[in-house]
Design a protein. Structure first.
Length: 131
């Protein structure tokens, strides 16, 4: 099943020691715009479940996936339990993912960070053309 999302082959690493997480990803596909992401953060206390209408709910609870291909727009419904989120303190972050897609670099300042706590089963229905 494809959703027309621009996935790229990448070399990734993940390491967790106690409450510190290190994650890195670098595209490996030839002819793709070079892009990389590296971050280190510490995991904090579990956050309460996000409430509908809150900023946390808006940012984390997505139940529909949209994608486009040529002039067509597609939608796929998604179901999962609410994400179990944890506080996180970002120690370092370097990314060229946005720039590789022709988007501007984010302004200076602390990014919004959360830590997805435990595995979560997600069900995705087949995509449907909506336009």
């Amino acid at each position: 099943m494809t959703f027309h999302i621009p996935y790229f082959h990448a070399r990734m690493s993940f390491e967790r020691r106690s409450h510190t997480v290190r994650f890195a990803s670098r595209r490996t596909r030839p002819h793709a715009a070079p892009a990389g992401f590296e971050a280190v953060w510490t995991v904090g206390d579990r956050l309460p479940q996000s409430e509908p209408g809150s900023l946390w709910f808006f940012l984390t609870e997505r139940y529909v996936l949209y994608s486009a291909r040529r002039d067509a727009l597609y939608r796929a419904r998604i179901f999962h339990q609410p994400w179990p989120l944890h506080e996180a303190d970002l120690l370092s972050c370097r990314s060229t993912m946005l720039e590789s897609q022709g988007l501007p670099s984010p302004e200076e300042g602390a990014p919004l960070v959360h830590q997805q706590g435990e595995p979560l089963k997600v069900r995705v229905w087949p995509r449907v053309r909506v336009r």
